[in-house]
Design a protein around this ligand. Structure first.
Ligand SMILES: Cc1cc2nc3c(=O)[nH]c(=O)nc-3n(C[C@H](O)[C@H](O)[C@H](O)COP(=O)(O)OP(=O)(O)OC[C@H]3O[C@@H](n4cnc5c(N)ncnc54)[C@H](O)[C@@H]3O)c2cc1C
Length: 290
């Protein structure tokens, strides 16, 4: 079933994002984590591709098994990196054969160590090109796209970035999953600006709980998202006073408050970036009143 249809009938849902472990030996542990997280009854689970070196074949196998073995509704991420029509068509047909009805269409990031994204194929320069292709190849497939409440780092103006997001939705995408953010005002402003442009498709906020101070630096360097100064100071203070455990506790508490406020403020649901770890997600979702 298309995720947008599920969203329409499930208020205040939770969804989860996983990444395929590179090493095969880590797969049994990964599936145990995914099984443990069925306890939160996710509306859908998404599986990344390419990020961190993951391959399309691993994404395909994992989404297929999440559906067949755990009865979950999976969504496969797909990027323009290394894309050609034949390869993308084959991947989409494989997904359909495995009963996987949803894809998150993305451009992808430039390879590590390079700054600018250079398309491998003029046919697939932006996520929007992928959306159009998917809609034509598998008309029944649900399509999600990425949105950036603080603006995508490559785009000089937020208004322009919003127009590019709208173009992806106009090309046939059904819903948006956002980049992580830590100040909910960013999300609510983003949704308001999109609504003013006539966008009425669901915008699902993405939440990444901060679990360590090292991860803060990685997050900030990675995706253009910011951490409110007040929160950053509190994390540093927690580290000084209570070390890693105190930082983790603060990160989880922030994520719980953030998720609750988003749901109370009208977000259709919350999408948790799990980093393939069950405990923090179980704690966060367990604290939500829905
Ligand atoms: C929820 C989520 C999941 C993700 N999962 C993955 C993953 O699994 N694998 C992975 O590699 N990466 C993943 N990413 C990262 C993503 O690939 C990067 O953020 C990438 O830099 C942009 O992808 P996009 O799909 O938003 O690109 P696009 O929508 O193509 O936008 C990229 C940039 O181009 C601009 N742009 C768009 N259209 C045009 C146009 N017609 N003319 C000029 N400029 C234009 C946009 O404003 C933006 O600055 C994910 C991101 C999010 C938010």
């Amino acid at each position: 079933m298309r995720i947008a249809d599920l969203i329409a009938k499930t208020p205040k849902f939770v969804s989860l994002e996983f990444f395929p472990p590179k090493e095969r030996e880590a797969w049994p542990g990964f599936f145990l984590t995914a099984r443990a997280l069925t306890a939160v009854d996710p509306l859908f689970v998404s599986v990344t591709y390419g990020a961190g070196g993951g391959t399309q074949a691993n994404t395909l196998e994992i989404v297929s098994r999440l559906k067949a073995d755990l009865g979950l509704t999976p969504m496969a991420h797909l990027t323009c990196v290394g894309a050609d029509e034949e390869k993308i068509a084959a991947f989409l047909d494989d997904l359909a054969r495995a009963g996987v009805d949803n894809v998150l269409a993305l451009r992808g990031d430039p390879p590590r160590g390079t700054e600018n994204f250079v398309p491998d194929n003029e046919r697939f320069k932006y996520a929007c090109d992928l959306v159009g292709f998917i809609r034509a190849r598998q008309p029944g497939m649900g399509i999600g796209v990425a949105g950036y409440p603080e603006g995508h780092p490559d785009c000089p103006r937020i208004g322009m970035d919003l127009a590019h997001l709208k173009a992806k939705l106009d090309a046939g995408a059904d819903f948006v999953v956002t980049q992580l953010f830590y100040d909910n005002r960013e999300y609510f402003d983003f949704v308001e600006r999109l609504a003013a442009m006539g966008v009425d498709k669901p915008v699902v906020p993405g939440i990444l709980p901060i679990m360590s101070l090292t991860s803060v630096k990685r997050i900030l360097g990675m995706c253009g998202a910011s951490i409110p100064g007040k929160y950053l100071l509190a994390l540093e203070e927690a580290d000084k006073k209570g070390g890693a455990d105190a930082v983790r506790k603060l990160g989880i508490d922030w994520a719980k408050r953030q998720a609750q406020e988003l749901l109370d403020g009208g977000a259709p649901g919350v999408h948790l970036y799990t980093l393939n770890k069950a405990d923090a997600c179980l704690e966060i979702v367990g604290a939500l009143s829905r």
